[in-house]
Design a protein around this ligand. Structure first.
Ligand code: GSH
Length: 273
């Protein structure tokens, strides 16, 4: 996935998945910071390449994204976001000492939202027939991890059992209102955005990056109505016009063809340690 206008950097590899929320945070952060990278697509849904032995050596949490470069290994989206902010320097509001605490609070608040629960509860509430498919996928992941049997795999198996519990334990129609409340509270707590500005002034920040990905996910889930504030609505309209938004390929709707293409491409991704 080349970054428009940026040369792919062979020394910096981004392991990511096309539809993955936290991969989108990494892609947008790097695109906004003007950092080129070589794309290494993984299939985390069907082939589950994140559980492979080679990838586990790169990222023991077995999640995407991972950014690898010379003397650099970042294994979570928030670390990649901080790296991008450092690369962007003065062009992001994060460089402003007086803004740092407020930006950090907005970023932390975002990471407190249970994005996966929001996405899946909406999916299951609107398409209940998907339930057995998702449950079967989770069960087979748990079994695969339990067969691997080492401590990290067992921790991950427990996480997936917890996911099973979340999806089976309470009907999606009950979970979804709680998730809406969580997102609404987060959005209400963001600072007012003057026309033409970004969350923390005339320059973008890490908070704008995560909010853009959150809005993209709300759009994909058919939950954009939660974005009730007019200033944030205007911010979202302008955000989608930024070149980095297109370059980062944020999914605002499910892209079936892109999903299949990414799964096929991921088969050829070299995962070398
Ligand atoms: N805290 C991590 C979370 C990453 C994460 O959960 N990624 C998801 C995709 S959006 C993933 O890799 N899921 C696959 C799995 O857990 O097996 C980050 O910010 O990067």
């Amino acid at each position: 996935m080349p970054v428009a206008g940026l040369a792919a950097d062979p020394m910096l590899e981004l392991f990511h998945a096309a539809p993955s929320y936290y991969s989108m945070v990494a892609r947008l952060a790097l695109a906004e910071a003007g950092v080129g990278y070589t794309s290494r697509l993984l299939d985390i849904h069907l082939a589950k390449q994140q559980l492979s032995g080679a990838y586990r050596q790169l990222n023991p949490a077995m999640t995407v994204p991972t950014l690898r470069g010379p003397e650099l290994l970042l294994t979570s989206s928030d670390a990649i976001l901080a790296f991008a902010a450092a690369q962007a320097g003065e062009s992001w509001a994060d460089a402003e000492p007086q803004q740092q605490a407020a930006i950090q609070a907005a970023v932390d608040g975002h990471y407190g939202i249970a994005i996966e629960t929001l996405t899946f509860s909406k999916l299951l509430a609107s398409r209940p027939w998907l339930r057995p498919v998702i449950l079967q996928m989770l069960r087979s992941t748990v079994q695969r991890l339990e067969r691997q049997g080492d401590p990290a795999a067992l921790v991950k198996a427990a996480q997936n059992r917890q996911r099973l519990q979340t999806f089976v334990g309470a009907p999606a129609t009950h979970t979804l209102p709680a998730m809406r409340t969580q997102v609404t509270a987060y959005l209400a707590g963001l600072p007012p955005v003057p026309p033409g500005a970004w969350l923390f002034g005339p320059r973008i920040s890490r908070a704008d990056v995560v909010l853009a990905v959150l809005c993209a996910r709300l759009s994909l889930a058919g939950e954009l109505a939660l974005l009730q504030r007019a200033d944030l609505g205007d911010w979202w309209r302008r955000t989608q016009q930024r070149p980095a938004f297109a370059a980062a390929e944020l999914w605002t709707r499910f892209r079936r063809r892109a999903f299949i293409a990414a799964v096929l491409k991921a088969r050829h991704t070299p995962i070398t340690v």
